[in-house]
Design a protein around this ligand. Structure first.
Ligand SMILES: *[C@@H]1O[C@H](CO)[C@@H](O)[C@H](O)[C@H]1NC(C)=O
Ligand SMILES: *[C@@H]1O[C@H](CO)[C@@H](O)[C@H](O)[C@H]1NC(C)=O
Ligand SMILES: CC(=O)N[C@H]1CO[C@H](CO)[C@@H](O)[C@@H]1O
Length: 974
């Protein structure tokens, strides 16, 4: 039955709403609502093995689900899916047409599976696919029609497979392929690779590194569009075998880590477009190569050619000419540089000497000619053995040098004015060294410095004078040092500093002067220190500008909710990101009252891993701008959140309450989160999800209830009804099992019939007794009325008479006469005279109602008494007798003695002949007649004598059996 959807927001409950009382009624109500209105308000959907990305409805992640076949991984995805990530599963094969239901797919990631086979037509219907990742699988070969239909594919990743051959037509359908990645396979013939890609008119980049290639030929030409060719980590000995024009269009050629020594082979191949040749890790004489081939010297990367100290000058001879953008000499085993080493070289912008064995670079300027000094902009000496940076106060300057990187060295000491040669320095990277001794004047004169990285060193103390000249510094990174104290005013000259990273130090204490002078500071990282206390004073110097504050992993802890001081973040009105996770060693435990007061601009608050015991309900009251809140992993006995805790968070979009020990969701806590889109509730104690809460969260799109012991009770039936809609994604919905472990039942499919039965039961037990009663009453009335009544009277008689009458067989009367008043004249004129008169055994004592009934007693009592006090009962039967109610009572009562006590008390006397048909209306009478013989009053006077004799004999007899012998068959009227 179609019915309109009920409105999203249900009638709001009154504030003193009692969940318990309503809760008991809820299943029934909800059921009725759903029966009457179709689906109840909310709606949900979920995927068996995928999670839809919260912000991008077309994007799905189906990773690490242990699925073995593609169908069960993505079979339930909607046709609108544009990006699907199925990596890190156990898929073995792709059957034909496995993904035809996803025609809009643009990106498909199947990496890290166990694919051995991709069948022909596996990707049919994926005409929109642009990126296909099949890397890290076990593909040993590719059938010809494998990529049929992928006309728009631009990037194909096949690295880390077991490919040893490629069919020549396998890439044929990929008319738009730009990039083909084949590294880490077992390919042996470059000719085969070339013929498989020769028709790809759009191919720009081909990566065949780390295969087993030994030569570049024979084979067809590469497509002229190819610009980048990577052949590193193969077993090439030269470029022999290649046709002269094979590489003519290639701009970037990577031949590193081969075994190339045959430089003569380069002479036979044209390299006229080459602009970058990587030859690292080959045992070749690069100068010889330059001599014999048309490779331009400036196109070669001279890294890893074992040039040593001496060859640099020779090299420079080859590089003569205009200014070089960069001179890169990685991995050449250079141990020392003499004065003027680079003097023969042309001017260059960047000098990169990384991965050598230099112990010192002196004051740099000495190595260069005057012209080079003017031109050098960047100096990179990473991964060397530099130990100390000497003082360079005197000596030549490098006016345009703006970037120095000495990362990954062993620098211990930085002397006074170590960078005096670079007065224009803007970026200085000294990170990842052993600097313990940074001279107070080391950075003197660097007035233009904007970025200084000193992280991952051994600094213990910081001095104000170290930073005196750095008035333009914007970023200072001091992370992972051993700083334990921040002296007053240490940063006071850094008025332009925007980012200060002090994470991973040993800072215990901060004062109001620690950050004095940082009047532009926007981001402050103090995570991973030992800070035990924070106060509003500490942040006062940066209150006007601070936007991000990271205090994660410190030692903040509160033991009471009462706070003696002002709330610590009181003045940080611009702060939008605050991190307080994982306080050591036992978490924050308690959050004091009004702890977050003043944070009116805060958008993200991280409070996870804090073992919270209690949170006051007013704590988030000021955070009206909050969009993201996490309290995840705070479970430490905190049970449910206090009512009203989120009442002001009307802008909250993401709430992470994973593993916080929640037992229930209540409207008092969650009722106001009207903009909440993502709610993570995994690993809680939730057994049911309150439907009214779900309905109130009207913006909800993503709900995670993984690992909650959801029970399959009727309270969760609405879950199932949610399923047919599409508003809220319930993450891995089909994986939620019922809390009880007995049988693997699932919340999405548990048997709801019990719930419907419940109602049936209510209805049944409400109506059945009434119905039964209605059915039984007439029956009872019809069948057992007299029986009951009779037994009741019998009981009464028995009780009354028991003590009165010792001898049961002594009757007061010989016979009770039951007759209708219409027959009174016969009784009085015929019966009474004939039976009462006479003497001795011939006379009988009769009981007549008009004569012998005791006055004052009820008629019924009198009747029962009379029947019981008489040996026999004579029924004088006529038509009027049968119609009379009293007579019928009398005959019935008497017949009970016949049937129940097996005492023959009845003597039937028919005054007139009544046809059987007429008698049949009187069942009991007929029953008696069938059981007994009876007498008929004969109209002929002669016969009347016999009648009286028979009647008298009947009155005298005691047992039915005798009676039957006495009366003959001739008397039966049937
Ligand atoms: C798919 O997921 C894996 C694992 O998280 C990730 O490394 C990979 O980059 C993702 N692929 C794409 C295309 O986003
Ligand atoms: C090539 O080999 C070198 C040295 O063995 C290694 O460092 C590099 O990662 C390898 N490159 C590839 C793409 O496998
Ligand atoms: C309990 C249950 O059904 N768990 C399943 C959840 O999904 C994963 C991945 O599909 C299965 O491996 C589990 O068996």
């Amino acid at each position: 039955i179609w019915a309109p959807r009920p409105p999203r927001t249900p009638a709001s409950p009154s504030p003193d709403w009692d969940p318990g009382a309503r809760g008991r009624m809820r299943p029934l109500l909800a059921l009725w609502v759903s029966v009457l209105l179709g689906t109840p308000g909310g709606s949900a959907y979920g995927f068996r093995n995928c999670i839809q990305t919260a912000r991008d409805a077309g994007s799905f992640r189906c990773i690490q689900r242990f699925v073995r076949d593609i169908g069960s991984a993505v079979g339930d995805l909607p046709p609108g899916a544009t990006a699907v990530n199925v990596s890190h599963n156990a898929i073995r094969r792709l059957p034909p047409g496995a993904l035809t239901h996803l025609p809009r797919l643009r990106r498909l990631d199947l990496a890290f599976n166990q694919l051995q086979e991709v069948e022909q037509g596996a990707f049919t219907g994926l005409g929109a696919l642009a990126t296909l990742d099949l890397s890290h699988n076990r593909l040993a070969g590719l059938a010809a029609g494998t990529f049929q239909g992928l006309a728009n594919l631009s990037c194909l990743l096949l690295h880390h497979n077991l490919l040893s051959t490629l069919g020549s037509g396998v890439f044929q359908p990929l008319a738009n392929l730009h990039s083909l990645v084949l590294h880490n396979n077992h390919l042996q013939s470059f000719g085969e690779v070339a013929s498989s890609v020769q028709n790809l008119r759009q191919l720009r980049e081909l990566d065949a590194c780390k295969n087993n290639l030994t030569s570049l030929g024979p084979g067809p030409l590469l497509p002229s569009s190819l610009l980048v060719l990577r052949l590193c980590n193969n077993s090439l000995v030269g470029v022999s075998g290649a046709s002269p024009d094979l590489l003519r269009g290639v701009r970037v050629l990577d031949l590193s880590y081969n075994n190339i020594s045959d430089v003569e082979s380069f002479a036979r191949v044209r390299f006229q477009n080459l602009s970058w040749l990587q030859l690292l890790g080959n045992p070749l004489d690069v100068f010889r190569l330059l001599n014999v081939s048309d490779v331009r010297p400036r196109s070669v990367d001279y890294s890893g050619l074992a040039l040593g100290n001496e060859s640099v000058s020779e090299l420079c001879w080859y590089l003569q000419g205009a200014r070089l953008r960069q001179l890169r000499l990685h991995r050449n085993g250079i141990q020392a540089l003499r004065q003027g080493t680079f003097a023969p070289c042309p001017r260059f912008g960047t000098l990169d000497l990384s991965w050598n064995e230099l112990r010192s670079v002196g004051c740099v300027a000495e190595l260069l000619s005057w012209g080079q000094r003017q031109g050098l902009r960047s100096l990179v000496v990473e991964h060397n053995l530099l130990k100390r940076l000497p003082s360079c106060e005197a000596g030549a300057r490098l006016p345009s040098l703006y970037n120095i990187s000495f990362r990954f060295n062993r620098i211990l000491t930085v002397s006074r004015s170590a960078f005096a040669y670079a007065p224009g320095l803007r970026v200085l990277h000294l990170n990842i060294n052993n600097i313990a001794d940074l001279h107070k004047g080391a950075l003197q004169g660097l007035r233009n410095l904007t970025e200084l990285r000193l992280d991952n060193n051994l600094l213990t103390d910081l001095y104000q004078s170290s930073f005196t000249d750095l008035g333009r510094l914007q970023t200072l990174n001091l992370r992972n040092n051993h700083v334990s104290v921040l002296f007053s005013d240490v940063f006071s000259n850094l008025s332009q500093l925007q980012t200060l990273d002090l994470g991973g130090n040993n800072i215990r204490h901060l004062t109001g002067k620690s950050f004095q002078g940082l009047c532009s500071l926007r981001k402050l990282y103090l995570d991973g220190n030992h800070i035990q206390e924070i106060s509003s004073d500490i942040f006062r110097p940066v209150q006007a500008t601070l936007e991000v504050l990271d205090l994660r992993g410190n030692k903040l802890q509160y033991i009471t909710k009462q706070q003696s001081q002002q709330p610590p973040f009181m003045y940080l009105h611009r702060l939008y990101d605050l991190k307080l996770q994982a306080q050591q060693p036992y978490g924050l435990k308690i959050i004091p009252y009004k702890f977050f007061q003043g944070l009116t601009a805060l958008r993200a608050l991280f409070l996870s891993q804090n073992k919270l015991l209690s949170i006051p309900s007013d704590v988030f009251d000021d955070l009206a701008q909050l969009q993201y809140l996490t309290l995840a992993d705070s479970s430490n006995g905190m049970q449910d959140l206090p009512p009203g805790i989120f009442k002001n968070l009307s802008r909250l979009e993401t709430l992470d309450l994973e593993n916080v020990g929640l037992h229930s969701l209540t409207l008092e806590v969650f009722g106001n989160l009207s903009r909440l889109e993502t709610l993570k509730l995994a690993k809680n104690e939730l057994q049911t999800v309150n439907q009214s809460v779900a309905q109130r969260l009207s913006a909800l799109r993503y709900l995670d209830l993984r690992k909650c012991p959801l029970s399959c009770t009727c309270e969760n039936t609405w879950f199932q009804t949610w399923l047919n809609n599409s508003r809220v994604q319930l993450v891995y919905l089909y994986n939620y099992t019922c809390g009880s472990r007995q049988q693997p039942a699932y919340v999405y499919s548990f048997d709801m019939h019990v719930c419907f039965l419940d109602v049936g039961l209510y209805l049944f037990s409400g109506t059945a007794p009434a119905l039964l009663l209605l059915m039984v009453l007439p029956l009872l009335y019809h069948r057992a009325y007299w029986r009951l009544k009779y037994h009741f009277y019998i009981l009464r008689c028995w009780v009354n008479e028991r003590w009165r009458r010792q001898e049961e067989e002594q009757y007061q009367y010989d016979s009770f006469i039951s007759y209708n008043s219409a027959d009174e004249s016969w009784v009085l004129q015929e019966l009474v005279p004939n039976l009462e008169q006479g003497s001795g055994r011939g006379s009988f004592r009769l009981c007549l109602h008009h004569r012998d009934f005791r006055p004052g007693r009820s008629i019924i009592d009198n009747i029962v008494d009379s029947i019981y006090n008489s040996r026999k009962t004579i029924c004088v039967i006529s038509r009027s007798y049968l119609q009379s109610e009293w007579c019928s009572l009398e005959i019935q009562l008497a017949s009970y003695r016949l049937f129940d006590e097996l005492k023959d008390v009845l003597v039937l006397v028919f005054l007139e002949a009544i046809p059987n048909a007429e008698l049949s209306a009187y069942h009991r009478m007929r029953k008696v007649m069938l059981k007994k013989t009876y007498l008929s009053w004969p109209p002929q006077p002669e016969a009347q004598k016999l009648f009286w004799t028979k009647l008298k004999r009947a009155l005298k007899s005691n047992y039915m059996e005798e009676e039957e012998e006495d009366f003959g068959e001739e008397d039966k009227v049937l």
